[in-house]
Design a protein around this ligand. Sequence first.
Ligand SMILES: *Cc1c(COP(=O)(O)O)cnc(C)c1O
Length: 347
Amino acid sequence: MIPHSRPTIGDTDIKGVIDVLRSGCLAQGEQVSGLEKDMTSLIGVKSAAAVSSGTAALHLALLALEVGIGDEIIIPSFACSALLHAVRYVGAVPVLADIDEGHFNIATGDVKKRLTRKTKALIVPHMFGQAANMGELLSFGLPIIEDCAQSLGSRYQGKMTGGLGTVSVFSFYATKLITTGEGGMVTSENTSLIEKIKDLRDYDEKDDDRVRYNYKMTDIQAALGRSQLRQLDNFIEFRRNLARRYDRTLQDMRLDIPGIQEDRSHIYYRYVFRLAQSESFRRELAEQGISCRRPVYQPLHHYLGLGDYPVSETAWREAVSLPIYPSLSEREIRHILSACKSFILEG
Ligand SMILES: *Cc1c(COP(=O)(O)O)cnc(C)c1O
């Protein structure tokens, strides 16, 4: 079976981890601060805090913005359920917005309709590797948590995602653009916000009794992350080249390819296209040993029992995500391409 996702781990990654194991310093230390530094220079922001996951990053970002009980946080329905969980951790109210027809990102017009006096912030994921409409979203004048779990290295108007909002979060889960197994990062131009997050991620040796967490990253993870980060450009180039090949195949099948907006770049964390018969497509490719998934397991309005999210609903029914990651072999790629072509011939 060709999996839907698979990490890309090479000898230098392995050596980096072994070196840490041999050093005897395994927990948060100089590798973690090294990875934080690497991220600030990549994204072009003042400061960064490494944490144990993307979800922990979201939780701490909300706490640092002083989001609490009863505050409303706007999030898109068509997104990872981690957003919903993080909002609930702090006792805030998740307010779902629908997405744009074309690019699966949060719909500015729908956000506008859902703003109230209680709206405290927006969480804006850049879905599948292409930035959301940050310009319009920033014009609401509210704090924005950019969720860059799927957009590391992607640009909006020439600027890196992760440096556009008030604070940004990243995930280094096993299947993300780069991995530390589990892991995450928070970045911001606001140094005091990041200092607050660094305080909250570690419970030990404090002089007051404020609630704190153990959300630290280990040096084992950070060494892997630094080694992965050095390969990011190559990883993205691989993804873009494969996306061009998928584009050509879909165009031959007369299907719509994932669009790229003029003022931004796509790093193809996911290659997602729409197909009315998405279920039979996934089934047929599975029969040929290829795992294609729904790119979002459930839209969040399903969990909350809400209607009124027609674009998210259709995206959930029609979106297909093809395997796209640098550890795919040429043989596997050719097999995927020919399996796609055979679907249309029969279907
Ligand atoms: C993966 C992901 C997360 C959660 O990250 P974890 O490291 O798995 O906690 C949050 N938001 C988005 C958009 C993601 O893709």
